[in-house]
Write a protein that binds this ligand. Structure first.
Ligand code: ATP
Length: 258
């Protein structure tokens, strides 16, 4: 499905911005790229795996994928020295949804962003994103993306019920090229201008703007409230008990409520 020459052709002039390693199998593209980042790999390094044996999402939860049915890859990004920009996970989600639009994928469905970083198709998860900081390199992050081209057969029933796939004929090399180009462009804006420059674009895709939501946490009981959008730094604005709280991404999952 993925082919180095076709990917380079699809990237065109942008190919020189990335150092791409297309591998058959690894435990997790994020784990492998984090190790390479610690050993000094340059910004723009990419690992794409046909198969992950231990793909993971946030809080060490599993990410399920299957060869030929999923796109799973990670990108290393090193920001210029200075403050690490807030809103990186949200920026990555925005890049994914805009790349899908650029290749005309998912046109017949409603694609939307779920805070902080999931891409939904008709309300179900089409793509997940895991951002991890590189230990010892305060300006560097690895951005891992898993996107369902088709639903992996091995997806457990309860996850399947909440998942979606593109389910259309899409050139995987062209899609991956568009994702990389869009990620690089979005991360450049984020690094130069901060998340405030991306906030309005993010909000146009927001699945739960002004909607009743529930926040789930491993540490505390679920909390119900209204989503009042996102702040200039990407924090979720959560109205509950008559006041608006800023929720930072990390330890909570968001769900819609009827
Ligand atoms: P949420 O908790 O709302 O799903 P999250 O951002 O915390 O969002 P992630 O860390 O992105 O979740 O992904 C891990 C979760 O995604 C798993 O716990 C599982 O429910 C779900 N998942 C795993 N594999 C897939 C897949 N291929 N397609 C859709 N969902 C998946």
């Amino acid at each position: 499905m993925l082919d180095f020459a076709a990917l380079h052709r699809a990237l065109g002039e942008a190919a020189c911005r990335f150092d791409i390693d297309l591998i058959e199998v690894c435990d997790s593209t994020n784990a492998l790229l984090l190790a390479r980042a610690e050993a000094g790999a340059p910004s723009g390094s990419v690992i794409v795996a046909e198969r992950q044996t231990a793909g993971r999402g946030r809080r060490n939860r599993p990410w399920f994928s299957a060869p030929g049915e999923s796109l799973t890859f990670s990108l290393l990004w090193r920001f210029a020295p200075g403050r690490f920009p807030a809103g990186l996970s949200l920026a990555a989600g925005l890049a994914v949804i805009e790349a899908l639009a650029k290749v005309g994928a998912g046109k017949t469905a409603r694609l939307a962003l779920k805070w902080p970083n999931d891409v939904l198709k008709d309300g179900k998860k089409l793509a997940g994103i895991l951002v991890e900081l590189v230990p010892g390199a305060p300006q560097a992050a690895v951005i891992g993306i898993g996107l369902n081209l088709r639903l992996p057969v091995a997806l457990p029933g309860e996850v399947r019920a909440m998942s979606a796939a593109l389910d259309e004929s899409v050139d995987a090399n062209a899609l991956l090229a568009a994702l990389l180009v869009e990620l690089a462009a979005t991360l450049e804006i984020l690094g130069a201008q901060g998340f405030a420059a991306l906030r309005e674009a993010w909000r146009t895709h927001h699945a739960y703007e002004e909607a009743p939501i529930c926040l789930l946490s491993d540490m505390a009981p679920p909390r119900e409230g209204i989503c009042r959008g996102i702040d200039v730094d990407g924090a979720l604005l959560f109205e509950t008990e008559g006041r608006i709280e800023r929720v930072l991404s990390g330890e909570v999952s968001l769900r819609s409520r009827p």
